[in-house]
Design a protein around this ligand. Structure first.
Ligand SMILES: Cc1cc2nc3c(=O)[nH]c(=O)nc-3n(C[C@H](O)[C@H](O)[C@H](O)COP(=O)(O)OP(=O)(O)OC[C@H]3O[C@@H](n4cnc5c(N)ncnc54)[C@H](O)[C@@H]3O)c2cc1C
Length: 156
């Protein structure tokens, strides 16, 4: 299982407004901030986490300055990460995440610092198209089932 941490309370459709911050040390980053609506973190070993390595106001373009870190969730839980489940009627196992000085090894940086927005979009665009196809076919299936049941159902 894997988790994908992008969405924050202050950012949704506009991903460039993420605020989760990092401080770079010799061989690790220190992560502070929060994420919300992140699926499956209670059941995953690894999470791809989008962070700001440069504040938005210091970047030439607002899509610059974001990076992706691979977080070992069990290690992070023992070192400043809190996972809070959000109970909803949907099987995504949604959670809220709080990072309080969580160390992540510098070698867990995905490829290049500052290029994270492009890496995330590369996967996310394909994922969203797949999900849209799934829900369109789900909708067709449930409408057929409901219509067949309504036509066959015997009353009294
Ligand atoms: C069940 C569930 C699971 C999720 N799992 C994950 C996950 O695993 N990882 C993760 O990172 N995120 C996850 N998310 C978060 C999801 O990616 C966000 O909900 C999504 O990015 C939209 O952000 P938002 O909810 O803040 O909506 P908003 O950004 O507030 O958008 C609300 C509505 O306004 C519209 N809108 C926004 N801006 C504009 C604009 N400028 N012009 C016109 N219309 C606009 C949007 O299209 C939308 O219809 C999950 C969400 C849910 C509900």
């Amino acid at each position: 299982m894997q988790a994908f941490g992008v969405k924050e309370p202050s950012s949704g459709t506009d991903t460039t407004r993420i605020r989760i911050s990092t401080e770079k040390h010799d061989d690790h980053y220190i992560v502070n901030g929060s994420k919300v609506w992140i699926s499956r973190t209670e059941h995953s070993d690894l999470m791809l986490l989008l962070v700001r390595t440069t504040p938005r106001e210091k970047c030439a373009k607002r899509t610059d300055g974001m990076s992706v870190l691979l977080v070992e969730l069990r290690e992070a839980l023992a070192d400043g990460l809190t996972i809070k489940p959000i109970r909803i009627m949907m099987n995504h196992s949604s959670t809220e995440l709080f990072f309080d000085d969580v160390p992540v090894p510098a070698e867990n940086l995905i490829v290049e610092e500052g290029e994270g927005f492009r890496y995330i979009l590369d996967g996310m665009n394909a994922e969203r198209i797949l999900i849209a196809a799934k829900y369109v076919s789900d909708a067709r299936y449930f409408i057929e089932r409901a219509a067949a049941y309504a036509a066959e159902r015997g009353l009294w």
